[in-house]
Design a protein around this ligand. Structure first.
Ligand SMILES: Nc1nc2c(c(=O)[nH]1)N[C@H]1C(S)=C(S)[C@@H](COP(=O)(O)OP(=O)(O)OC[C@H]3O[C@@H](n4cnc5c(N)ncnc54)[C@H](O)[C@@H]3O)O[C@H]1N2
Ligand code: MOO
Ligand SMILES: [Mg+2]
Length: 398
């Protein structure tokens, strides 16, 4: 049995090596960049007028001039005009190029235009005001967004503005989510008294799709030969397999043995944790990855958040998300020498500090208990009493 830390580093050291694909930017939201985004032009690319008004040469203001003949108008989308007569002004619109010969813009709210003459009505203007000067924000050829960044709203805006009509991203991994167990029936079925509906794969689909993977939900019966035949094909068709069930000590727990026969190298089996002790993890020479999650739903759930999700993020080239550290709202004890992942609900105390209410439920098959929880608090294996006010990492799933 290995520690949580060792299991976690083995999992993170075996990410998928995902190929890249060039896709239209309009389909790329949420995908992970595999090329840097660089500025093809200065940002902004020209001296951009930032207020509707008039443009003048500031030195006329300092010489005492307050009235300006309106010599024309510069609109956004037009090449820059020239203020030929510096004692005149040009009307300018937001987003327009600042006309040559002008350097300062006064808003319409601060001028009175009558019969083609603009009268400035404020006492103080600054040189260069209301102009968003070229290259103020970023310079041409500067790297704006590094490889390994997920394309969120700001990144999509920048990608569009620098002209990335197609963008190189990590191919979405194809992951088979496979429940095992003869007691399990389909969601649409009416279970017999000794059957239950298979819920784990729906939970796993929710976790993985949100993080950026293509998933397919499958089910295998407790038959070693059928499992071996089907899993052999699935290993070819998918980048990774996530099984739930069939990894503990039961006579129908065939996953480890079948994986061995299929040449998937066991990286570890059993972790010193609760829930999730029977966790199995393996890799194949062809670069495929297999998670054998313990079947108890809370165990599947915890292993998905503590191991599978960080692994998917690493495979996509994303950085690791650190858990938040939260104080216990009341003391709790846990005797076994295992890392305990305690279901908790989170709230803010009167003095504005996040706190965690222990909600152990009735154990790792009590998936309904998770409905009132926000995450799992990780309690270390080398002690059994945890006091109110002590702070520990929490893996949130909300
Ligand atoms: N003698 C021992 N027995 C067990 C041990 C052990 O160390 N020694 N480990 C316990 C722990 S911890 C867990 S977790 C479970 C894990 O067992 P398996 O991974 O073999 O899972 P199954 O036996 O197939 O199922 C366990 C439990 O979960 C239910 N289940 C399974 N799949 C689903 C699903 N897709 N949706 C909903 N519920 C599911 C299944 O009906 C069983 O009740 O082993 C303990 N035993
Ligand atoms: O992994 Mo188990 O979930 O502790 O029951
Ligand atoms: Mg079992």
């Amino acid at each position: 049995m290995i520690s949580v830390a060792d299991a976690y580093s083995i999992v993170l050291n075996n990410p998928l090596v995902l190929p890249t694909e060039a896709i239209p930017l309009v389909q790329a939201a949420g995908r992970v960049l595999r090329e840097p985004l660089t500025a093809d032009r200065d940002l902004p690319p020209f001296n951009r007028v930032s207020m509707d008004g008039i443009a003048i040469a500031y030195r006329t203001w300092t010489s005492g001039q307050r009235q300006f003949r309106v010599a024309g108008a510069q609109f956004a989308g037009q090449p820059a005009q020239t203020l030929a007569d510096e004692t005149a002004c040009l009307e300018v619109m937001t987003g327009a190029m600042l006309p040559a010969g002008a350097d300062t813009v006064i808003r319409y709210e601060d001028v009175q235009i009558t019969d083609g003459v603009a009268q400035i009505q404020i006492d103080d203007i600054k040189p260069g005001q209301n102009v968003h000067h070229q290259a103020t924000d970023r310079k041409q050829n500067e790297e704006l967004v590094p490889i390994g960044t997920r394309l969120g709203p700001p990144e999509m805006a920048v990608a569009a503005s620098v002209g990335k009509a197609t963008v190189l991203v990590s191919k979405l991994p194809r992951i088979a989510l496979i429940s095992t167990g003869d007691e399990l029936v389909d969601v649409a079925a009416t279970p017999k008294p000794y059957q239950i509906r298979r819920s784990n794969t729906y939970l796993l689909q929710t976790v993985l799709q949100a993080a950026g993977a293509e998933t397919v939900l499958l089910h295998l019966p407790d038959e070693a030969d059928t499992m071996e035949t089907d899993l052999k094909t699935l290993l070819t068709d998918f980048d990774a397999l996530v099984l739930s069930g069939g990894v503990s000590a039961g006579k129908a727990d065939f996953v480890p043995g079948v994986m061995e026969r299929l040449g998937v190298r066991q990286q570890f089996h059993q972790v010193a944790q609760r829930p999730g002790k029977p966790l199995w993890f393996g890799t194949s020479d062809a670069g495929k990855v297999v998670f054998g999650l313990p079947g108890n739903p809370v165990s599947t759930f915890l292993c998905a958040y503590r191991y599978l999700l960080p692994w998917l993020r690493a495979s996509l080239g994303l950085s690791v998300v650190q858990p938040s550290v939260v104080r216990l709202k009341r003391s709790i004890s846990f005797i076994p020498k295992l890392t305990y992942f305690l279901p908790v609900s989170l709230s803010v105390s009167a003095d504005g500090i996040w706190q965690a209410e222990p909600l152990p439920g009735s154990g790792s098959a009590d998936y309904a208990n998770l409905l009132r929880c926000d995450g799992f608090m990780e309690l270390p294996p080398d002690r059994s009493e945890f006091a109110e006010g002590e702070a520990f990492p929490v893996y949130t799933f909300r």
